[in-house]
Ligand binder design. Structure first.
Ligand code: PEP
Ligand code: MN
Length: 308
């Protein structure tokens, strides 16, 4: 064996070892693992399908702050093409001395805005005790990055009738994200959307580091829809449109973007929130990428149909 052959043999052995590890992981993920024919599972909320043939933009404020703020944002994002309205009532904040959200009042305002502008809503539940209340108002329940491994919360969500938007823990591996999703599916809730929102690395100029390749990796491994949150991934509004484009190009099923009518006055995450005109511009500039996205999705769907 010459040196080149030796190197290739060594590489193949490594790949086989990696594949064996992946196989073992997939064996343990009975519900979330990809089906043999490659068919995806989509999540439907009212008339919006996440993980289907249309890209889904979810947008809205980090936190619901007032009726006026949430109405203005909902109207603008709906007009610009968003199909789901986001907004936090219960806010998990790093500091206990900052705005913690309007709680139930925030949820009610978000529901009202969603109903007025015809958008399903997504909002976070932080504890198992909040699940029932959030499920009463929200169409999709968000699990925040700080809660991905909160077993009691996942157990309560697995028994609830609402779809779950599961955010990757800020120091969680792709394997751990999948295991958290498995906990939801294995215990009875089939409707889970995965969300890459950035993980902690060594950089300090961005809030997090977006693990974009996790999107196609997750699509290889699971049947679940995968979206990207470029707001929390970067922490800077100037970087959000570029990351959004990249997420579309890499095949994400949707985006979750923070928008505020007056980001400089926002009570949470103002620095990463797009002002309304910035969101509108981002949507316009995404259009050609979304066309390519649709072509690619059509190709994948045809391939998976041919395999059946
Ligand atoms: C949010 O969506 O506003 C939020 C708190 O997100 P994360 O849990 O990803 O930080
Ligand atoms: Mn936020």
């Amino acid at each position: 064996m010459d040196l080149e052959e030796f190197e290739f043999a060594a590489l193949d052995a490594l790949e086989t070892a990696a594949d064996a590890e992946t196989q073992a992981l997939l064996e343990s993920l009975k519900y979330v693992r990809k089906r043999r024919d490659g068919e995806r599972t989509s999540v439907c909320v009212n008339s919006v399908e996440i993980g289907g043939d249309l890209f889904v933009m979810m947008a809205g404020p980090c936190a619901v702050e007032s009726e006026r703020q949430v109405m203005e944002t909902a109207e603008a994002v709906a007009r610009a093409g968003a199909r789901i309205l986001r907004g936090g009532g219960f806010k998990p904040r790093t500091s206990p001395y900052v705005f913690q959200g309007l709680g139930l009042e925030g949820l009610k305002l978000l529901r009202k805005a969603g109903d007025v502008f015809g958008l399903p809503i997504v909002s976070e539940a932080m504890t198992d005790g909040q699940v029932e209340m959030v499920a009463e108002y929200a169409d999709i329940i968000q699990v925040g990055t700080r809660s991905m491994q909160n077993a009691a919360l996942l157990a309560a969500l697995s028994r609830c009738r609402r779809p779950v938007l599961l955010k990757r823990g800020m120091v969680a591996s792709v394997e751990e994200l999948l295991q958290a999703a498995e906990a939801l599916l294995a215990n009875g809730n089939p409707n889970v959307i995965l969300c890459e929102r950035g993980i902690r690395t060594c950089g300090r100029l961005t809030r997090n580091t977006c693990d974009l390749v996790a999107v196609p990796l997750l699509h290889q491994l699971t049947r679940l829809p995968v979206i990207v949150d470029p707001s929390h991934a970067t922490g800077r509004r100037s970087l959000v449109p570029a990351l959004a484009r990249a997420a579309v190009a890499i095949g994400a099923d949707g985006l979750l973007v923070e928008v505020h009518p007056s980001p400089q006055n926002a009570l949470s995450d103002g620095v990463q929130s797009l002002a309304i005109p910035q969101f509108e511009r981002m949507m316009r500039r995404l259009a050609p990428y979304l066309e390519l996205w649709a072509q690619e999705r059509e190709r994948e769907t045809a391939l998976s149909a041919a395999r059946r």
